[in-house]
Structure formats: C-alpha cells, structure tokens
Design a protein around this ligand. Sequence first.
Ligand SMILES: C[S@@+](CC[C@H](N)C(=O)[O-])C[C@H]1O[C@@H](n2cnc3c(N)ncnc32)[C@H](O)[C@@H]1O
Length: 206
Amino acid sequence: MGFYNDLVVPRLVTCACGTKPVIRQRQKVVPRATGTVLEFGIGAGHNLPHYTAEQVDKVIGIDPCSTSWELASQRASDANVNVEFIQGSAEDIPLEDNSVDSVLITFTLCTVPNPQAALAEARRTLKPTGRLYFCEHGIAPDESVAKWQRRINPVWKRVFGGCHITRDTRGLLQEAGFTVDAVEQMYLPGTPSIAGFNTWGDASIA
Ligand SMILES: C[S@@+](CC[C@H](N)C(=O)[O-])C[C@H]1O[C@@H](n2cnc3c(N)ncnc32)[C@H](O)[C@@H]1O
C-alpha cells in the first residue's frame, strides 16, 4: 500500500479538493482566519489563495504527507501569506501552548486517525481568544444516506487514505470542549450525498 497511499492517494484527494463546490466552501471559512494560523492537514495547499493577506501573519501547515507538500509548494510560493510547513501529525503538534490565533481545519478531521487527540492539540495551541474555523464532510442527517455511509465507510477509508464519511463534526468539536459559535450544513451540489454532507463554521474554547 506504500506506493498507493504515498503517491496515488494525495493526487486523487487533490483532484477531489479542487472542485468548484469545494472551492466555494473554502471561501466561506478561510478568509476569516487571522494572525498566526495553524492549518491542520494543509494537503496540496488549496486554501492558500483564500486567506485574507492583510489579517494573517503567517500560516503554519502541518501534514504528515510529504507528497502533499510537494503538490502545495507552487501554491505556497504564489500565496500572499507566509507559509511554514511542519511534517507531522495534528495529534502531536510541536508548538507552544497558547501560540496561535486561528486553527483552520478543512476536509481533514475526516482523515486524522485520532480526531479527539487532534482537537485537544487545537485547544492547547490556540490562544484563549483564538478561534477554530472548520469545514468538513461527514455523517448525513438523513438515515437513508447515513445508512449507506456506514456500509461504505470501511471500503472508502481504504481507497481514500483513511478518510471517514461517518464522522460528526459538530459532535466531535463539542466533545473536545469547543463552543460551536456558528454552524451551517448542506449537501454539496454535484457531489455524491455519501461524501458531500458539509458542516462549516467557527468555534471557540469554552
Ligand atoms: C482530504 S485532504 C484535505 C487537505 C486540505 N486540508 C484541503 O482542504 O484541501 C486530508 C489531509 O489530511 C492529511 N492528514 C492525514 N492524517 C493527518 C494527521 N494525523 N495530521 C494532520 N494531517 C493529516 C492528509 O495527508 C491530507 O493532506
């Protein structure tokens, strides 16, 4: 699985992450990040063009996948923001407590092996006044869709590099002690329902 996971999956995921409906989702959350931004699973850097340069000091992207970073390097050099890359896991972030103003998580909480450990790291690294901005796909509210998500998830995870289609984004944030201050949800147009139920918004430390 090394070749497939290391080289094929990042390119497959990069294609899925660059569709128009997904770009519109990015535009709803990324421009709101401020100060020092910690981006979980920066991947191929699809969020970089959407930051508001005037309000961002730097973006620190953490991702375990070196191929993603190679794919991101062009977007990083074109970006109007400073970008630093940490090759590592969101579950174990080599940054000080209370050191970032914003955490941005898009289409990554679905994939991190231990979302609760990653959210605990988000809490730890965020300043008390900081905000977490998120946009994720996950379990649908309609049982007719959710039933298929649960059935397909074991195979989906294997094909898409550990991505789950059954996670409850708002529930995970609340379990981790975040206050979800704003949340919106919808099925993304032009996207299969099992992969397209999106939840986005912002949260703060309770
Ligand atoms: C579907 S891609 C999304 C990439 C990017 N956030 C975006 O919105 O386009 C998921 C990303 O999560 C990364 N990832 C997987 N496990 C991770 C972990 N433990 N910590 C941080 N990132 C992780 C993957 O390498 C991949 O780049």
